[in-house]
Design a protein. Structure first.
Length: 150
């Protein structure tokens, strides 16, 4: 897979990924990472459906503006429908399955988030949301994170 152009500034390119949480409802956490800064911009509980994805991205773009690109996996939630319409209307280029570059950005923070939630007894979805937001605000990419170009 060819290397994608690397972002040169914050808010230019976002990577979006999901992980299944260890909850009876099999909820997803959706993570939006700024590729240039490696900062989690959003971490939300989601059903991994187009409506949830678009609602999260709309709140984020309303707050900080639209990126030039969004990197996503090959999930059907990103392939058609509401997400495609939303991104086209905003002039956002969507790159599907960017491979190792996107995984280098999203896998470590997703693993870190899931690991931090696993041992905790979180009684309600609202408490889960608060715990995820606390994690997002405190997360700092590890100095040993691999460079994106590798």
């Amino acid at each position: 897979m060819p290397m994608m152009p690397m972002p040169t500034r914050a808010n230019e390119t976002w990577a979006v990924d999901h992980a299944i949480l260890d909850w009876p409802e099999r909820l997803f956490v959706m993570l939006v990472i700024d590729v240039a800064t490696r900062r989690p911009l959003s971490a939300t509980v989601s059903l991994a459906v187009s409506e949830d994805i678009v609602a999260t991205l709309e709140r984020l773009t309303s707050r900080i503006g639209c990126p030039r690109q969004i990197w996503v996996d090959n999930s059907s939630a990103y392939r058609w429908g509401l997400f495609q319409v939303w991104s086209r209307q905003r002039g956002i280029e969507v790159l599907h399955g960017p491979g190792p570059q996107a995984r280098a950005v999203t896998e470590r923070p997703l693993h870190h988030l899931c690991s931090s939630l696993h041992p905790k007894q979180i009684p309600t979805l609202m408490d889960l949301g608060h715990e995820i937001e606390r994690w997002r605000q405190s997360y700092v990419a590890a100095p040993g994170d691999p460079e994106l170009g590798q």
